[in-house]
Design a protein around this ligand. Sequence first.
Ligand SMILES: [Zn+2]
Length: 269
Amino acid sequence: MPDGEASKSAGGVSDEVGVRVKFNCRYLGRLEDWWHAAGTTAEQREKFDANLLTMACALEWMQDRGAAPVAPDGRLAGNAAAVLARTAGGVGGDDQLTLLVSRSGRAQGPSDTERDFCVVTSFDFTAWSCGYYASSSEIQPTSDTPLHWSALLESRTASVSLHGHAFETEAKAAAINVPCSNVETLFSTPEDTAALVELMRQHPYPRCRMYIRRGHGFVILGSSFPQAEALLDAKLHILRVGKPSKRQWLLAAVLCVILSACVSLLVLR
Ligand SMILES: [Zn+2]
């Protein structure tokens, strides 16, 4: 669901109408505090700088193409995440992640690179809570943080995740040949995240890179934002103009054979 409105109670889990972020958010400090925090490496800081602008561009690109539509409250229904650090969790343990994510309640237009992003350094699936850094305690990470976190964790190797509400039905999923979960859940909840993970286990990454949560939206995983954007662009194109028909495929095949024959003749001469 859209990140249209930040939770008024950062410490409370609530299904109250209008509250988007349904997990506890523990504010750890400003982004500068994260840069100077013990354990933050130069490599993570470099990834932060490298990902910030490409993520901002990807979010604007999704907005321009209608993949992150505007919700009734005027806020955008789309968000993104990038892995700043991944530490192997060992046998049976989950990897430790640090994510750059877009904030909850972004407005239309270009991103504000100061205020539209958070660094999430932990997500506790038992307590349903996260620890994060942002330029102010008023800012919260996207309500879809657990969705991104779980998808990136489950993928083992993906570096970025894009999410928007352009595709949310089984019909659209079938039209673009993307797996779709068959349950509808409340967004930003453990059930929503579990349904995505179950779908990913049936269709593992990287053989599959796009998933649809029925009644919610799509998640695209990739090694970079340009790669994720290219896949989304291809799917949007199919929805716009339709899949090639059998006749078009046959025509393309015949043209390929003719072209190959012409090239062979030229080579033999
Ligand atoms: Zn959503």
